[in-house]
Write a protein that binds this ligand. Structure first.
Ligand SMILES: [Zn+2]
Ligand SMILES: [Zn+2]
Length: 303
């Protein structure tokens, strides 16, 4: 239903065994990517997931480790003969930054659409994805994202009958279609019960631990969160460069109570993130030090 892959777990620069942090989601034939640093397309290739169906790329911010892989990825998508438009979402300046990168990828067989974030919180729907962007606190403008797949209510026969909707329209309405019948607009809302619990993944990197992160990660199926440093003596450095320690991330997770948290965006100097996890799990037990290529397949609850 919603497949998630954390393509890389590195911060600042790619390493031979660790690609830069980025996440790909797949749902109903439409892919969404968050961030695209140097080497992201190699990580994608390693995973065996195709770049061609990427319909949306969200950027957290414009530091090179989060966007420098874009021109190469665009070229690959063009070589795969993609023709459908691609939507790019990111902080103010998106079109200017991408245009500059496009000087080395000028001709593409598909159109680029730009969605520039200007408010502290923004909400949009693109294909199967409901995207919530929220401003975090880094040394440049930076956003976190919640990616959700909503789930409609159960089909309610009694309501459909009460609304006098002919049975031949029921299944189309249930699938979300609207239609006109004898001068009357029929909508899915006329035959469906209340919305059911959907799926949600919340992603944030490159920020200090601000309360808005826990707010968006609340109840998420998966919370992917920056943990730049595990070493206790790096707490001041995290503050100075506007990053997070493992423990700060864990406190956010404790507040938000997601089903699981994966740490990512490790400092290149941090070679063994697992070493710090006992203490992290004493703060939030469902925390894991993610590795490149980890995937999670999320399904709607059975009911
Ligand atoms: Zn970064
Ligand atoms: Zn950054």
């Amino acid at each position: 239903m919603l497949d998630i892959c954390l393509l890389g777990t590195g911060g600042m620069m790619p390493l031979p065994y660790r690609w830069l942090t980025s996440m790909m989601a797949r749902c109903r034939g439409s892919n969404l990517l968050i961030d695209c640093g140097e080497g992201t397309q190699v990580a994608l290739k390693e995973k065996g997931w195709s770049p061609k169906p990427i319909d949306v790329i969200c950027f957290t911010h414009y530091h090179a480790d989060h966007i420098s892989g874009l021109p190469g990825l665009l070229l690959t998508m063009g070589n795969a003969e993609r023709v459908e438009p691609l939507t790019l979402v990111g902080p103010k300046g998106l079109e200017r930054v991408v245009s500059a990168l496009r000087t080395i990828a000028p001709e593409l067989p598909f159109e680029l659409k730009f969605v520039e974030l200007t408010e502290n919180r923004e909400h949009m729907e693109l294909g199967p994805y409901v995207i919530d962007a929220y401003r975090v606190n880094h040394n440049v403008i930076c956003y976190g994202y919640s990616i959700s797949i909503p789930r409609t209510g159960r089909f309610d026969v009694e309501r459909a009958k009460a609304e006098a909707i002919p049975q031949k329209f029921w299944s189309r309405l249930q699938k979300g279609e609207e239609m006109e019948h004898e001068g009357r607009l029929l909508t899915p809302g006329m035959v469906l019960g209340p919305d059911r619990r959907g799926l949600k993944v919340t992603y944030c990197t490159d920020t200090r631990p601000v309360p808005v992160i826990a707010e968006y990660a609340a109840g998420a199926d998966l919370f992917i969160c920056e943990g730049m440093y595990g070493e206790k003596d790096k707490a001041a450095k995290a503050k100075e460069y506007k990053h997070m320690t493992f423990y700060e991330a864990a406190y956010l997770a404790r507040e938000a109570q997601p089903a699981q948290m994966w740490l990512t965006h490790y400092s290149p100097s941090l070679t063994r993130p697992e070493e710090y996890m006992d203490e992290v799990r004493s703060i939030f037990p469902r925390a894991k030090a993610a590795r490149d290529g980890w995937t999670m397949e999320l399904e709607f609850d059975e009911d």
